[in-house]
Write a protein that binds this ligand. Structure first.
Ligand code: ATP
Ligand code: MG
Length: 732
């Protein structure tokens, strides 16, 4: 006997005392005195003294092809056995298909689970899990099946990790598992097209822009980088209505500049900055190029600044949804990675893209727009969006808020599943919405290459030297941490980066079989694990620049094992010098300096006393700078300015008391304004990233962007300012 009924029971729940072999989530066959063979599932097992008690849930029995529930509780002596595959399959009505499946029911190697892909378009999916638990991998598996059915896909890819689907999987352990399942590696090269709104950062992509003609006045206002004041709104709407609401930014700027209004200049700046982003154009990418049969369009948002991302995404989704409503494009699946950044829960703020995503979640199914929402922070995603996803794939989640949120939003997942979700292995999920109860499914290996590998901040030093050329920056992809997962050192089977790298030149065909190599299970287990990953106190998605030097090397250079990661508030100032050079200056707002080097951390100090200069002082300072020497005599200024000598002396004295100048005898020496001299030498070339970052300290800013702007405007034409953080290694 495996088990016998124990204690109280009702028609939905019962308990068993377990004698052997039964584990949580096992399916049981229990014989009911009236209804015959009934399927049940073990939800949880607890120990009570010497006894093992299983809490079970009745799933039901099949009667005339309909799943019914029992009407009286089981008798105390009801026979309990482990349910066999056929019985499970028949009772819960699994429509398994040999070719088209996303995984196997846990502990049932012959029970293939497939998503009904026609329904994928009408029933949205949410894939929720902590970072590194296998979300992108699972999405890849689903996309492979969708691609095989030629359903168009549009994927918003913040980390540019999906392009690897072009190539067959060459990961040895995956290949071995695929072989066991009778599957072969396969790439989808001919299906994939990559676009990006910023092809400087994503040169492998085609540029993509949206149709300016489809932009109405309200949407134009929403697309601007800043909220307009009521006066500015009035001004703009008046002019637009005189132009029959036709949006043409150049025309608009021209008409606004002719108006007599104090608010016109800042409005013009906003319009011009929108124009410069090239999100909208008169020659937009045809939507039929983006959504078409047999096409997976990857929109790479890697490195694209957050404001541009949200503006672009909201415009693109609005245009696609409208085109779909008019049937100008075929039904398609929209994949939204890092959904918390595009449709955050209201308490985390509203993004420009929030509204359209909410609309697609609510109405998309009517028009054939399927949504696949992915997030590592389910609690931070708009509940209205998640609740519309009738299929949910929950992988490992440990953050208590996220757990709470998925339990409240996933049908069939209750508090009983909480512990189970925390303990899920990487690649194993709870699948809800396919049938009435959650199924524990082992996601099958990818047939195409996975590109979203977990990257360790400290991993690159372990990579063999032949790989080093590709490892220059340890923040290469995204870092994998959750703020609440400090002690979480559970085994994962991350595959080392070098195995997963795309071997670009190898594959040219749509369908290419990868070479198969033998590999032992041991190799998979011996991979570098999460304890190498840098885990700071806080985790945040930020725009940042980081040192090229690896953390491990920094420890050697700083001669300490205790190196913390600090975030320094900074701003990237784009300016034009008087000799028309375009320069990007990284300005450290914490220490008021122009950054020369981020490791070791060095800069040229800039005196914020410059902000306190009067008009005559700053005018004279500019004349001093034209002398093009550091030490000067006040008399030399007589040739450079029309100011009287006495006045020159007085102003120089003021500049001395403000520490802009120093005295050397009768001469003066320039202090912290030297930076203005060879500003082009401070041009910052480092790569900017927008990723989740783990850090220990955030240094507050001591000077505002406005003041930084004022300082630079004294000497240069300031084109743009952009907030950014500098990753700083702090040794003790
Ligand atoms: N079903 C699976 N089979 C084999 N390996 C897997 C599976 N799922 C995940 N992995 C491994 O786990 C690693 C992390 O998975 P993935 O990139 O999908 O995580 P993620 O949840 O998308 O993380 P992030 O939040 O950082 O994007 C993968 O690189 C892969 O090596
Ligand atoms: Mg991912």
């Amino acid at each position: 006997m495996l088990a016998r009924l124990y204690g109280k029971s009702n028609i939905y729940r019962f308990s068993i005392e377990i004698f052997k072999q039964i584990r949580a989530f096992d399916f049981l066959k229990v014989i009911h005195h009236d209804d015959g063979d009934v399927l049940a599932q073990v939800l949880n097992i607890t120990r009570d003294g010497d006894r093992l008690i299983g809490d079970c849930k009745v799933i039901g029995f099949k009667s005339n092809k309909v799943l019914k529930n029992i009407r009286t509780p089981f008798e105390n002596d009801a026979l309990v056995t482990i349910a066999d595959d056929e019985f499970i399959k028949d009772t819960i009505g699994l429509t398994t298909d040999d070719n088209d499946y996303i995984g196997l029911l846990e502990n049932h190697n012959d029970l293939k689970i497939n998503l009904d892909l026609k329904k994928v378009i009408t029933k949205h999916i949410a894939i929720l899990a902590k970072s590194g638990a296998g979300k992108s991998y699972t999405v890849g598996v689903i996309l492979e099946e969708v691609l095989k059915k030629n359903i168009p896909i549009v994927i918003l890819d913040p980390h540019n990790e999906y392009a690897s689907i072009k190539y067959p999987n060459t990961n040895k352990s995956d290949m071995k598992r695929l072989e066991k399942l009778g599957l072969s590696p396969l790439g989808f090269l001919n299906h994939v097209k990559e676009f990006s709104p910023d092809i400087k950062i994503n040169p492998q992509c085609e540029p993509i822009s949206l149709d300016l003609n489809k932009l109405n006045p309200q949407e134009l206002v929403n697309a601007l980088p800043q909220k307009l004041s009521p006066a500015q709104q009035n001004l703009m709407f008046n002019i637009l209505s005189s132009l029959n609401n036709r949006v043409n930014i150049d025309e608009l700027v021209f008409h606004i500049s002719n108006e007599e209004s104090n608010s016109k200049w800042s409005l013009i700046t906003l319009l011009e900055s929108l124009k410069k982003l090239n999100i909208y154009s008169h020659t937009p990418t045809p939507l039929s190029e983006i959504v078409r049969h047999k096409r997976m369009s990857i929109i790479s948002l890697k490195g694209v600044e957050p404001y541009v991302q949200e503006t672009f995404v909201s415009g693109l989704l609005r245009d696609l949804f409208e085109a779909r409503k008019k049937e100008e494009i075929p039904p398609f699946l929209l994949v939204l990675e890092e959904a918390h950044n595009f449709c955050p829960e209201r308490s985390f703020g509203e993004m420009k893209s929030s509204k359209i995503i909410r609309t697609i979640a609510g109405e998309g199914r009517k028009f054939g727009v399927g949504l696949c929402v992915i997030s590592q922070r389910p609690a931070k995603v708009d509940k209205n969006v998640i609740s519309q996803c009738s299929t949910q794939i929950l992988l490992k989640i440990t953050n208590p808020n996220d757990l709470k949120s998925v339990i409240s939003s996933s049908e069939g997942v209750d508090n009983d599943s909480e512990e189970e979700i925390q303990k899920l292995n990487i690649g194993t999920c709870l699948l809800t919405g396919v049938i009435d109860i959650p199924l524990k499914v082992n996601i099958r290996p990818r047939i195409s290459k996975h590109g979203g590998e977990t990257v360790d901040i400290t991993m690159s030093y372990e990579v063999d030297s032949s790989e080093n050329s590709n490892q220059s920056s340890y923040y290469k992809e995204h870092m994998s941490n959750d703020s609440d997962d400090f002690d979480d050192k559970e085994e994962t089977f991350d595959i080392p980066k070098q195995q997963n790298r795309i071997e670009n030149n190898k594959y040219y065909d749509n369908v290419v079989s990868a070479k198969k190599e033998e590999v032992t299970e041991k190799e998979i287990k011996s991979n570098p694990e999460k304890e190498h990953t840098y885990k700071g106190k806080y985790n945040e998605f930020v725009q940042f620049v980081a040192p090229e030097v690896e953390l491990e090397d920094a420890k050697v250079l700083l001669d300490t094992d205790n190196v913390r990661i600090g975030l320094v508030s900074a701003v990237m100032v784009s300016l034009t010098t008087p000799d028309s050079k375009q320069v990007n200056i990284l300005f450290d707002k914490t220490n008021c300096q122009i950054i020369k080097n981020i490791f070791p951390f060095e800069g040229y100090p800039v005196s914020n006393e410059l902000l306190l200069l009067s008009a005559s002082e700053s005018k004279l300072l500019k004349s001093i700078l034209t002398l093009e020497k550091e030490r000067f005599n006040p008399a030399e200024l007589l040739l450079k300015t029309d100011v009287m000598y006495n006045e020159i002396l007085r102003i120089c004295d003021n500049l001395f008391s403000k520490k802009i100048l120093f005295k050397e005898g009768k001469d003066y020496v320039l202090g912290n304004t030297k930076f203005t001299k060879n500003i082009a030498e401070s041009n910052f070339y480092g790569k900017q990233k927008f990723e989740e970052l783990s850090y220990d300290i955030k240094e507050d800013e001591k000077i505002s962007n406005n003041d930084v702007k004022k300082i630079f405007e004294m000497f240069f034409k300031v084109e743009n300012l952009k907030d950014i953080f500098i990753v700083k290694y702090i040794g003790n």
